[in-house]
Design a protein around this ligand. Structure first.
Ligand SMILES: C=C(O[C@@H]1C=C(C(=O)O)C=C[C@H]1O)C(=O)O
Ligand SMILES: [Mg+2]
Length: 461
């Protein structure tokens, strides 16, 4: 077969301008894609610090797929009926964007963003975050294994000088950036729900479980950490990439406020018609020696309380996904997912989707799973809303990306922090079931704070 040479960006721009004239319209949104040589995604992200631009970062848990989005081309924000509303607005928008060069997975008018845990979001801390925010960046770097792509999203008008615009697209390469590092960041203080209040909360939940109102509920606490110097997001990213290798890494950096997560938990991945999801619940620490480590793993696998926390998630995901699929594959027992400072019970889910469901339909069905909400879902959500003494914001909520062909992936934003200047708010929760002991659950949240706290430059809690 005759292989046609991909069009250069300049050729694509000229084609788009011609297309616009042919259509007799005065304005056209265009998504231009080119294959490029190696670009380090972390350096590329870091390059745009202190430029008052939104920065978006995504790395998958296999360390093979990265997206870095810079600046907003188009942003969709919703509050009411958010998953459905975003999907509708997205369709409208995509219909208007011209992509002259076709698109490899994860290139072109890709949207990155996220949602809040609840349908609404409140509180000063979360002022600059919405309950649904998906962004098509102006410039997007895509790294897929060994292939590198740049996408430029632009609006052409009758007056656009193509040669000028072409030069402008590459101007980021020459902009200088502030590469200073805070290598010796110091933690000044932390503040979180004290143990007495925590244990009352857990006892209340266990009471509702014992009287049959609830099966499982996930309860969390926030930890406010103050540092000596402003937190450098670039440094945090480098620390997370180096130490949380089997996690998704997600950053939504709006300049003054950034939300960061290094999470092992996938909500859903849609790859052509294949669907992947993850059941992740049940936790124990890592051992100091390989022997102790496997002893702990063995203990976790055989622990009834942790198995029960896990089973709620497996049953719910299966029930939610089954009607949408031709076939579904869920192993009958979990395996261990070892992370740097803790290990989890893990059951992978694979399925073939029946018809083209968008990732937003899937999120709507799945969020929140009993790994972050509980069972029954609405009773657990109400319990959380009434009893947890803080706003979850984007913690424990879906974050990720989707391309124009409906390929995409959403992770669950746990092991996360909201960062503002020299302050960070970290979040950690755990699944409460009938056998839960408040002290053991408190220790479990401490373990879950560790990775992000260390990445921020703090070591103690
Ligand atoms: C709620 C969190 O994690 C969830 C709770 C787990 C548990 O209780 O064992 C394990 C993984 C996640 O499903 C969190 O990290 O904040
Ligand atoms: Mg647990």
């Amino acid at each position: 077969m005759l292989q046609t040479k991909p069009l250069t960006i300049l050729e694509q721009l000229n084609n788009a301008k011609e297309h616009m004239n042919d259509l007799g319209i005065s304005q056209l949104m265009v998504s231009l894609v080119e294959k490029v040589d190696y670009i380090d995604p972390i350096q590329f992200f870091s390059h745009f610090q202190n430029q008052d631009l939104i920065r978006l970062f995504w790395k998958d848990s296999e360390d093979s797929f990265y997206l870095v989005g810079i600046d907003q081309f188009k942003t969709i924000e919703t509050s009411q009926n958010r998953f459905d509303a975003i999907q509708k607005k997205r369709e409208e928008l995509l219909n208007q964007i011209y992509s002259p060069n076709g698109a490899e997975k994860g290139t072109g008018p890709v949207m990155l963003g996220g949602f809040s845990f609840n349908d609404t979001i409140y509180g000063e801390k979360w002022d600059s975050f919405n309950s649904g925010q998906m962004i098509i960046p102006k410039t997007l770097l895509t790294v897929n294994e060994d292939d590198y792509y740049m996408t430029y999203n632009v609006t052409l008008t009758e007056n656009t000088d193509v040669d000028e615009l072409y030069k402008e697209l590459y101007s980021y390469k020459s902009r200088s950036h502030d590469g200073k590092q805070n290598s010796n960041q110091q933690l000044q203080s932390t503040n979180s729900l004290d143990y007495r209040n925590w244990s009352q909360l857990i006892e209340k939940a266990v009471g509702s479980i014992k009287n049959g109102t609830l099966g499982k509920v996930v309860l969390a606490r926030e930890l406010e950490a103050e540092f000596k110097q402003p937190i450098n997001i670039n440094d945090v990213l480098v620390n997370l990439v180096n130490h949380q290798t089997d996690s998704f890494i997600y950053i939504f950096d709006q300049g003054d406020d950034a939300f960061i997560s290094a999470t092992p938990e996938r909500l859903v991945k849609a790859d052509d018609n294949e669907l992947l999801s993850t059941c992740l619940a049940g936790t124990i620490k890592r051992g100091e020696t390989p022997d102790e480590d496997s002893l702990l793993a063995h203990q976790l696998l055989n622990d009834e309380k942790n198995r029960s926390e896990h089973q709620y998630v497996v049953s719910m995901i299966k029930e939610a996904i089954e009607p949408l699929t031709y076939s579904i594959d869920i192993p009958t027992s979990p395996v261990i997912l070892p992370l740097r400072s803790l290990q989890h019970l893990y059951t992978p889910v694979t399925a073939r989707l029946k018809e083209s469901q968008t990732i937003f339909d899937l999120i709507e069905k799945l969020h929140p799973t009993p790994a972050l909400g509980g069972e029954p879902r609405h009773v657990a959500m109400q319990f959380i809303e009434e009893n947890e003494p803080f706003e979850r914001g984007w913690y424990a909520a879906p974050v990720g990306w989707v391309d124009a062909d409906d390929n995409g992936e959403m992770a669950v934003a746990i092991r996360s922090a909201l960062i503002n200047q020299n302050k960070a708010t970290l979040f950690a929760g755990c699944g409460i079931v009938e056998e839960s002991d408040p002290l053991a659950e408190y220790e479990e949240t401490k373990l879950k704070f560790t990775p992000m706290l260390e990445a921020l430059g703090g070591t103690s809690q």
